[in-house]
Design a protein around this ligand. Structure first.
Ligand SMILES: *[C@@H]1O[C@H](CO)[C@@H](O)[C@H](O)[C@H]1NC(C)=O
Ligand SMILES: *[C@@H]1O[C@H](CO)[C@@H](O)[C@H](O)[C@H]1NC(C)=O
Ligand SMILES: *[C@@H]1O[C@H](CO)[C@@H](O)[C@H](O)[C@H]1NC(C)=O
Ligand SMILES: *[C@@H]1O[C@H](CO)[C@@H](O)[C@H](O)[C@H]1NC(C)=O
Length: 465
């Protein structure tokens, strides 16, 4: 009886009313469909993506583009010797905690040119996406619960904070406060205060661990190659998969940028149209959708011609990004894991959560547990898993996402995930401190500075295996 409630309803309202009912329903569908259509063609970001996709096809011919010349890759034995020469192990006990707890210290002297350039990139990005450039209010109210004026409908409302250049740079309460001056008595050091002047760009700073006895390695690109080469044992090339949402994509771009030692365009794929080359330099690779979708590599194989060659022709590993960040892709991830099952020297560096509303039970039940079951996972089976927690939020995080993606939600998510991961002895990378007090472009995503550091921490961990 409950099987087809719509048909029941139709029968109960009689034959000619049924006609009008169907008419109303049909028009409703039309309106919904038309609105979806309109929102697609009115979405500047999507339009831009379509535009660049067409340009990419028209301008770019894959044939004839040079890439790593496989025939000049060195002999296995030579690679092993090269790797042993370059490989160094970090000296840091309890590395996963010790290395990730610390703070960014601005380099002295500060690189003023880069600082100005980054400020401009932030402003351009905000202008393009419709995020207010100056989110402070004239009534000096501030905090995540106090909205800034809207400048566009293409981005959700953001919170208001204090102008770092003004005489009142301190927000007295990060949820609902006032911008107040910083004095000897009122230092803005309270846990709920936000001193906007203290926000940093990771590219202008270096990472210092809280426990000074932990000396992490800031690997050069060739040393990073050595760490990854060293994972290839017994004939099987190491294969590192970065799996999950945009935060994992950016981590993959971070390691690619580190390996090519080229922040400007080291992560470009083989065939990038001239239009995209103009748009997609440096930080924009991490930010703009046409850039990370179309111009950036998702697989080291697709790297454009690297001058000389990646790892000086001594590369014996693969790395790629596998996009499985949405709950709707969880089943595909499990299938993917099944295909990699048993592949010696494969690593899954996995991070999801934001698209699951930071619901740990949901991530475990839909995403992680089914894969772990398929893999008969243990810490001696392949692929090995390494978990990555979500990052801290930035000031631009739209308040409407605070309940499900705020720092409190993210931290509770982390605690629940750790508890689950412990049973399987899966290590977890927590970049909460690496991203705390760092300028984020949109409240969620960070640029090369943070993402290269995320890659460095992974490499430090891999170097201990
Ligand atoms: C690769 O390098 C070798 C030796 O330098 C050269 O003979 C060969 O033509 C190159 N192949 C390609 C596809 O560039
Ligand atoms: C951090 O490193 C130091 C020295 O290497 C070590 O004694 C300490 O136990 C480590 N801390 C943790 C939390 O493992
Ligand atoms: C690592 O070394 C590079 C090259 O010397 C430097 O530019 C970078 O700032 C260092 N990274 C950190 C996080 O200290
Ligand atoms: C490649 O490297 C060579 C020698 O180091 C240099 O002369 C040349 O300008 C580089 N080319 C590019 C495109 O960076």
């Amino acid at each position: 009886m409950r099987e087809c409630p719509v048909r029941e309803l139709l029968c109960s309202i009689g034959p000619h009313k049924r006609f009008y009912f169907s008419l109303v329903m049909a028009s409703m569908f039309c309106i919904i469909f038309y609105n979806t259509y309109l929102s697609t063609i009115n979405n500047p970001e999507l339009q831009e993506l379509l535009y660049y996709q067409t340009q990419q096809r028209n301008e770019c011919q894959v044939n004839g583009i040079a890439t790593e010349n496989e025939s000049v890759v060195k002999e296995k034995q030579e690679i092993v010797e090269w790797t042993d020469r370059l490989f160094t192990r970090p000296k840091c006990a309890g590395l996963l905690q010790n290395i990730t707890i610390g703070k960014w210290k601005i380099d002295e002297p500060m690189n003023e040119d880069l600082s100005k350039e980054l400020k401009k990139i932030h402003q351009n990005y905000r202008k393009k996406t419709g995020i207010p450039i100056h989110p402070w209010r004239t009534d000096h109210r501030c905090g995540y619960r106090i909205l800034a004026d809207r400048v566009s409908f293409s981005w959700p409302r953001i919170a208001s904070f204090c102008d770092p250049q003004s005489s009142r740079p301190c927000c007295s309460d990060q949820l609902n406060g006032y911008c107040v001056p910083v004095t000897k008595e009122l230092t803005c050091d309270c846990p709920n205060c936000i001193d906007t002047r203290k926000y940093k760009d990771a590219l202008l700073a270096h990472w210092t661990t809280k426990d000074k006895r932990c000396s992490w390695k800031n690997f050069t690109s060739l040393e990073a190659c050595a760490v990854l080469n060293r994972l290839s044992r017994h004939e099987n090339k190491a294969h590192v998969h970065f799996i999950g949402d945009s935060l994992m994509r950016n981590m993959f771009l971070g390691i690619t940028t580190l390996l090519t030692a080229n922040r400007k365009n080291g992560a470009w794929r083989k065939c990038v149209s001239d239009k995209l080359k103009k748009l997609c330099k440096g930080e924009n690779l991490f930010l703009m959708r046409p850039c990370h979708d179309l111009a950036a590599v998702h697989n080291l194989h697709d790297l454009q011609e690297v001058n000389g060659s990646l790892c000086n022709n001594h590369r014996n590993f693969e790395a790629e990004y596998n996009e499985y960040g949405m709950p709707s892709l969880a089943a595909d991830f499990v299938k993917f894991a099944t295909n990699v099952k048993g592949n010696e020297n494969s690593y899954f560096v996995v991070g999801v959560g934001l698209h699951f509303q930071c619901n740990a039970e949901k991530v475990i039940k839909m995403f992680l547990e089914p894969a772990i079951r398929e893999l008969d996972y243990s810490d001696t089976s392949w692929p090995r898993l390494i978990w990555v927690h979500p990052l801290s939020i930035g000031l631009l995080k739209p308040p409407r996402y605070l309940n499900t993606q705020g720092d409190v939600a993210i931290s509770q998510f982390g605690v629940k995930m750790e508890k689950y991961l412990k049973d399987y002895r899966i290590p977890a990378l927590d970049f909460k401190y690496i991203t705390k007090g760092v300028h984020s472009y949109d409240g969620t995503h960070y640029g090369a500075g943070v993402n290269i550091m995320k890659a460095q921490i992974l490499l430090n961990y891999l170097a201990t295996l």
